[in-house]
Write a protein that binds this ligand. Structure first.
Ligand SMILES: Nc1ncnc2c1ncn2[C@@H]1O[C@H](COP(=O)(O)OP(=O)(O)O)[C@@H](O)[C@H]1O
Ligand SMILES: [Mg+2]
Length: 255
């Protein structure tokens, strides 16, 4: 059966990163002229070693940081020029779930539901559905600060998905999740894309990316060093190498 991507001709751009550069300190570019297009309906894995620039890129996509140069469009809306419209287009799971610690889980989720202007009936149903799926339903009346890392991660994920946004943007989402939750999240990501939505996530776990992603981008020292499918990656580099060796080679050779 023809997949959604094939039926759409694989050409509709959902997230467009154009000539983006960013420095935290003078004369040291943490992101150096990044260009990347995420297509509608794909799961895109953003790979790279620690300090490569994954989180910085995701912070710029989601409007937490402004690029020094270039711009980012989400479903045609510029995150720098039309931030509110652009922010309506995605749900975001940051790399650290340590926020709003004084709120109870249910207060945090209701707070997000308020922001998304989710009607009462709908929010109740959605909160129940998501938190039962991630098995934190029974903990919603405790403060987030009493949660384990994995539980915090889960409540943040539930919050980001409350509104069922078309685009999911997740920074290292599997970190800290137990195997079952990690498995459930991966299934949800796949299902989300099969329903004609888009997922952009970063990871340093290659096996996760290989199993899940339609395409990947590899970033190293702020520069994009590869974009494509795993098949293309294997063809471009030496085929007999393991994925791990390829990754190490790609990210070591670039200066
Ligand atoms: N707040 C900051 N101030 C200064 N340098 C930073 C800051 N955040 C990140 N960096 C630097 O930017 C580079 C990219 O970091 P980051 O985007 O967090 O990488 P990744 O998420 O791929 O591990 C690293 O060299 C890091 O040290
Ligand atoms: Mg990071």
């Amino acid at each position: 059966m023809e997949s959604y991507l094939e039926s759409k001709g694989r050409d509709f751009v959902m997230i467009k990163i154009e000539n983006v550069s960013k420095s935290y300190v003078k004369d040291k570019k943490s992101i150096d002229d990044l260009n990347l297009e995420i297509r509608d309906g794909e799961i895109f894995g953003f790979l790279g070693p620690n300090g490569a620039g994954k989180t910085t890129t995701i912070k710029m996509i989601t409007g937490i940081l402004n690029p020094d140069e270039g711009d980012i469009l989400i479903d045609g809306k510029s995150i720098t020029k039309e931030p509110i419209e652009a922010k309506r287009k995605f749900g975001f799971v940051p790399d650290s779930p340590d926020m709003f610690l004084k709120l109870k889980g249910i207060e945090y989720l209701n707070f997000l539901a308020d922001i998304y202007e989710l009607p009462n009936e709908k929010r109740k149903e959605r909160i129940e559905e998501l938190t039962k799926k991630f098995e934190i339903y029974d903990n919603l009346n405790s403060e987030i600060q009493s949660y384990s890392h994995g539980m915090r991660q889960k409540v943040v994920i539930c919050g980001a998905l409350l509104n069922n946004p078309k685009n999911w943007i997740l920074d290292e989402p599997m970190t800290g999740l137990d195997p079952k939750s990690s498995h459930d999240l991966k299934e949800m990501m796949r299902k989300h894309c099969n329903n004609q939505n888009t997922v952009f996530f970063s990871t340093h776990v290659l096996e996760v990316a290989e199993k899940l992603c339609d395409r990947v981008g590899i970033i190293n020292k702020g520069k994009l060093v590869f974009v494509g499918t795993f098949e293309e990656m294997k063809n471009k580099f030496k085929e007999n190498k393991s994925l791990e060796d390829l990754f190490l080679e790609i990210t070591e050779n670039e200066e």
